[in-house]
Design a protein around this ligand. Structure first.
Ligand code: AMP
Ligand code: ZN
Length: 685
């Protein structure tokens, strides 16, 4: 055999052993034999660097060092999942989706693996890239680290492998490995890892991949993404993934009814305790990909899938003190300070009490023995008080009346669950928090300035609000702690560069209560520039004689105008009007304008946007030449509204191939105008 053939044959053999051991849990040779062959391969490869291959089993030992992880935009967005906590929630979900899809629905039930989401990319059967979920639109490239995970196939096997595709899953740290790692930490006198999930996601961001290689991580896969996939259902995808050499856990089950979904849940609620890895729930997915396509997505999650969360573990402990935290918008959150207690492997000392109503509802008092629960959230919550253990001298909790940071009297507006500190201009956590929000990644994404710098700048009295950022100079910031010429320049350049950030992100950055990323986008699209958004309608004429005079106040008119925008509700509208009626805010925005920030959509963004479909509601059903998402976007870009189900309010049904019979029937009955893809395209041309 030539060295090339020898290398090839060793690689094939080791690949197969890796698969047997790590994916199939069924080793056919001893570890000793395996190591011997691996050494052999490494020696041969070292002697013949010309045969280097990034998918060789020898690369599993790692060695590549990544200083900074690249940000990569996801080709297919990585969505989150909607959660449900009861059988009733699931029934409601089924009712909702049955309104949209025709025919019977099969479900794939899967376990919800609790680790770090990952997207693996393959081309020509070879592993080429791994990206973390990040914010769903973009994540970090962690290829070198993921390559060391033994159950991730570097070279696929079997047939029907798409030329290029993506597979998603979860990097987990099974219990056994987690405990072993902690035993070693303990022996070395180091702090213990808190739970497998954090340890798994932390591992992905280690700089030295050789360190990652030492960690007993596992990769469990659950879905395919890409075009030209040879599958028609979710369950098929799992089977294909297995055939190609991926670890797609066998617990997954295809069922014909929601009743069977409940059986699956009940079974695993108990049986999960025997699993080698942590699971916090079940994921239920509509099996047919066509049906999934019909259902589509909300802003955050697929409508065709639902996570069911198992009831979280509860423990009891003592409430020592209630403190209050001030958020960036001035919202006050009461925090329970607890006697330290262990829940699902993590030590808990604090829990959120949400708001005054919650405290009242639970009648929770200092000194009480309370039940604490840790669900999926990072911050545990208090679910109940053990009244039988209440101390005799206990006194009812009186909610804070003044801000713990600036001592301003708190306010609570009608209909709001939370108290607020109204001292927006001078309450330190608010001042800092607003600026930190402004510079954050999803808002202005200003390079060269972090939260700590903001703290310093505020404490030094150099800035009081985000508009002040644009007046800073290199000379001014140089005297700050740990600031060198280079970093000062970076900071000032980063601030200057942010003047080009698009309008909708600036709008989000302003930190208007209830105006999140999605709402900011909607507003930007609707109003196109800040002046239109800020413009208040005229106040009614004061004329005591005319009984029919329009007495609606300008604020109410503006609220009406705002709530007419799709997806803008009453509380968002109110908060916006409050914001724009405040002279302080107007002054800030004026300064941003003078500084040259983007306070309007750019020409580019405006292009292709028309009012042609304003006021028209569309339902898109069936299969089309264009992608369904592109069609939806065209509807929106031209001012129309998309809706998922047919009702008397629907103006047009865009009808594709293979549209379901019951939908058709409904459209006919309601006499909805049906148009073809081409007819629609002519409408917006
Ligand atoms: P959440 O983080 O609560 O929004 O839940 C969504 C995450 O659950 C996804 O990003 C996945 O990483 C994870 N997940 C775990 N198991 C599954 C599964 N079987 N199917 C889909 N997602 C899963
Ligand atoms: Zn305050």
């Amino acid at each position: 055999m030539s060295p090339k053939e020898q290398i090839q044959s060793l690689r094939d053999e080791l690949r197969e052993h890796n698969f047997n051991y790590y994916v199939n849990d069924n080793p056919t040779i001893s570890d000793f034999e395996f190591d011997k062959k691996l050494e052999q391969l490494k020696t041969l490869e070292a002697a013949h660097p010309e045969f280097y291959d990034a998918t060789s089993p020898s690369v599993r030992v790692g060695g590549e060092v990544t200083k900074n992880f690249h940000t990569v935009k996801h080709i297919n967005r990585m969505y989150s999942l909607d959660n449900s906590y009861s059988i009733d929630d699931l029934r409601d979900w089924e009712t909702r989706i049955k309104k949209i899809v025709d025919g019977d629905i099969q479900y794939t039930c899967e376990l919800k693996y609790d680790g770090a989401s990952i997207s693996l990319h393959y081309e020509n059967g070879k592993f080429i890239q791994a990206v973390t979920r990040g914010d769903g639109n973009q994540g970090d490239e962690v290829t070198a680290n993921v390559r060391t995970i033994k159950s991730v196939p570097l070279q696929l096997k079997g047939d029907d492998i798409p030329k290029k595709f993506e597979i998603r899953g979860e990097i987990v740290l099974p219990w056994e490995g987690f405990h072993k790692m902690n035993e070693e930490r303990e022996a070395q006198g180091l702090d213990l890892y808190r739970n497998p999930r954090n340890t798994a996601s932390g591992s992905l961001k280690l700089q030295d991949s050789a360190e990652v290689a030492k960690r007993p991580l596992d990769c469990l896969l659950y879905s395919l993404a890409g075009s030209n996939l040879p599958v028609k259902t979710q369950f098929d995808s799992l089977e294909y993934a297995r055939k190609w050499g991926f670890k797609a856990p066998k617990e997954s089950k295809l069922v014909d009814s929601i009743e069977e979904v409940f059986e699956f849940i009940n079974h695993w609620d108990v049986a999960r305790k025997e699993l080698p890895y942590e699971t916090d729930g079940v994921v239920i997915k509509v099996n047919s990909l066509d049906q999934q396509d019909e259902l589509g997505f909300t802003a955050k999650a697929p409508k065709w899938a639902m996570a069911y969360k198992f009831a979280a573990e509860q423990v009891s402990t003592k409430l020592e003190e209630i403190t209050y935290q001030v958020g960036r918008t001035g919202s006050i959150t009461p925090v329970a300070n607890l006697e330290a207690v262990e829940i699902s492997g993590t030590t808990v000392r604090r829990a959120s009490l949400h708001n005054a109503d919650q405290i009242e509802k639970l009648d929770i008092r200092v000194g009480d023995e309370v039940y604490v629960e840790k669900g999926g959230e990072i911050i545990p919550k208090i679910v109940a008080v053990d009244l039988s253990k209440r101390p005799e001298n206990s006194v009812p909790t009186v909610y804070a009346t003044h801000c713990p940071e600036c001592h301003t009297e708190l306010v609570r507006s009608e209909g709001d669950a939370k108290h607020y500190c109204p001292n927006e201009m001078a309450c330190p956590p608010q001042v800092k928090g607003r600026i930190q929000h402004f510079i954050s990644r999803k808002a202005m994404d200003i390079d060269g300035i972090g939260s700590e710098t903001v703290d310093q700048l505020v404490e030094a009295g150099m800035i009081h609000n985000y508009a002040d950022l644009y007046d800073l100079t290199v000379e001014q910031v140089l005297p700050l702690d740990r600031m060198a010429q280079k970093s000062a320049e970076n900071m000032i350049n980063g601030i200057a560069a942010s003047k080009q950030v698009p309008f909708e992100r600036l709008l989000f950055g302003l930190g208007i209560r209830y105006v999140g990323e999605t709402v900011a986008k909607k507003l930007a699209k609707q109003y196109k520039n800040i002046d239109a958004l800020l413009k208040m309608p005229a106040e009614p004429e004061k004329n005591g004689l005319d009984l029919f005079a329009d007495v609606t106040s300008a604020a109410d008119k503006k609220i009406e105008e705002l709530t007419a925008v799709p997806e803008i509700g009453e509380s968002i509208a109110r908060s916006l009007v409050e914001f724009i009626q405040d002279d302080y805010h107007i002054a800030l925005i004026d300064r941003l304008k003078t500084a040259g920030l983007q306070l309007a959509l750019s020409e580019e963004q405006l292009e292709g946007q028309t009012e042609k479909l304003t006021g028209k509601s569309f339902v898109i059903s069936g299969v089309f030449e264009m992608s369904r998402n592109d069609l939806k976007k065209l509807v929106e870009d031209n001012g129309g509204k998309n809706s998922s189900s047919i009702s008397s309010k629907t103006d047009y049904l865009i009808r594709g191939d293979k549209m379901g019979p019951s939908k058709l029937e409904k459209a006919e009955k309601l006499e909805i105008t049906m148009i073809s893809e081409q007819e629609f395209l002519d409408m917006v041309k």
